[in-house]
Structures are given as structure tokens and as C-alpha cells.
Design a protein around this ligand. Structure first.
Ligand SMILES: Cc1cc2nc3c(=O)[nH]c(=O)nc-3n(C[C@H](O)[C@H](O)[C@H](O)COP(=O)(O)O)c2cc1C
Length: 193
């Protein structure tokens, strides 16, 4: 059997009862057996980016960058703040993209889940994140678009994601991410990408 695809999951919220963090925890139970999910839990320890420090970053950044590099694929699960990506997530992305020429993101396959109590499921944050992927040279999964609206209705009172439609969409997204990652890795091994 092929090696499992390793996925690094990053949630874009620091809130204790965050829906997005709860969704990322639920992804563990939805991940197929031919993949492994590691959740990056240290987002709140990342300081504000300062370009003066990019050549000698704090240890948390070196750890973050090596976790990204070790992972075969990245899964972002994010809310939307003022129609865009939360600052904590953009800040972390910026750190791991620097110094110029030493980005940890380059060439990584990626998938996005977003959730909001509103109807639109943080769709605008997803599209901003996709725009960021262009400069980062990340390969985003296009379908399915997992934009979870009315998020509070999809959890039980213990904060577990129990909505079957949402679970099925996430399973499909993960499967597409795994297939896409294997395809990319196979192309790389024969020098196509
Ligand atoms: C600064 C701020 C801006 C927000 N802007 C949006 C927004 O543009 N669109 C949206 O759907 N929800 C917005 N919200 C509401 C969030 O979707 C809501 O707080 C959500 O629960 C945050 O995600 P979390 O539960 O994972 O922390 C905003 C919340 C904050 C704190």
C-alpha cells in the first residue's frame, strides 16, 4: 500500500469555542485511512511579522515552516473577518513565506474549508485565500467548495460536527486533496512539475 498522505491542518481562529477549530478537530474522524492529519496548534504563539526578523525568525516560525515542508498537503479551515482572511492567519502565512526564495508553501497542494454563522459560509475569505495561493505557488483544490453557512446549527451541544451533508462534503474534499496530492507527487517523480 502507498504511504499515507500527510496533511497539516491550520485553523484561522484563536477563539476557544471556534466553529472552525471544531471543524478541524472533526476532520480527524473524517480523514480516510490512506491519509494522516496533523493539526497545527501554535497559531496563537506566532508574533506579528516584522521583516527585520525574517532572516532569524523565532523558533515557533522555524517549527511551523518545517511542519509545512514535511506535510504533503495543507488544509486551511478559516472564518471570515470583514470579508477577508483573519489577520492571525495572514500573519502566519506571511512568516512562512519569507525570506524571499525560502517560502515553505511553494508547490504545496491545499484545500480550504470555511465556516460562519452567516448564510454565506465565509465565501469571501476563501476567495481571498485562493488569491494569496497564487503568489505562494500553491495548488488549490477547486471542488467541492466547502463553505459552511449557519455553522452553529451543524454542531451538537458538545461542539461536535454532526451535520451529515457537511461531513460528506468534507470527506469528498479530503479525498480530492489526497488524489490531487498523489497525482502531483507522481508528476514530480517523473519531472513533469
Ligand atoms: C472582526 C470580525 C469580523 C467579522 N467579519 C465577518 C465577515 O466578514 N463575514 C462573516 O460571515 N462573519 C464575520 N464575522 C463573524 C464570524 O464569522 C464569527 O465570529 C465566527 O464565529 C468566527 O469564526 P470562529 O467561530 O471559528 O471563531 C466577524 C467576526 C469578527 C470578530
Amino acid at each position: 500500500m502507498a504511504n499515507p498522505v500527510t496533511i497539516l491542518g491550520i485553523a484561522g481562529s484563536l477563539r476557544r469555542d471556534s466553529y472552525n477549530r471544531a471543524i478541524l478537530r472533526s476532520v480527524r474522524d473524517l480523514t480516510p485511512t490512506d491519509a494522516q492529519l496533523e493539526i497545527f496548534e501554535e497559531l496563537g504563539q506566532i508574533p506579528l511579522f516584522n521583516q527585520d526578523e525574517e532572516a532569524n525568525p523565532p523558533e515557533v516560525i522555524s517549527t511551523f515552516k518545517s511542519k509545512i515542508r514535511q506535510a504533503d498537503a495543507i488544509l486551511f479551515v478559516t472564518p471570515e473577518y470583514n470579508y477577508s482572511i483573519p489577520g492571525v492567519l495572514k500573519n502566519a502565512i506571511d512568516w512562512a513565506s519569507r525570506p524571499y526564495g525560502d517560502s515553505a508553501w511553494a508547490g504545496k497542494p491545499a484545500a480550504i474549508i470555511s465556516a460562519s454563522p452567516s448564510l454565506f459560509g465565509a465565501a469571501r475569505a476563501q476567495y481571498h485565500l485562493r488569491q494569496v495561493f497564487v503568489f505562494l505557488d500553491m495548488y488549490a483544490i477547486n471542488r467541492p467548495e466547502v463553505m459552511i453557512g449557519k455553522a452553529p446549527e451543524r454542531f451538537d451541544n458538545q461542539g461536535r460536527l454532526v451535520d451529515h451533508t457537511t461531513q460528506d462534503l468534507i470527506r469528498l474534499l479530503l479525498q480530492n486533496l489526497i488524489d490531487w496530492t498523489r497525482q502531483l507527487n507522481a508528476s514530480r517523480s517523473v519531472g513533469v512539475r
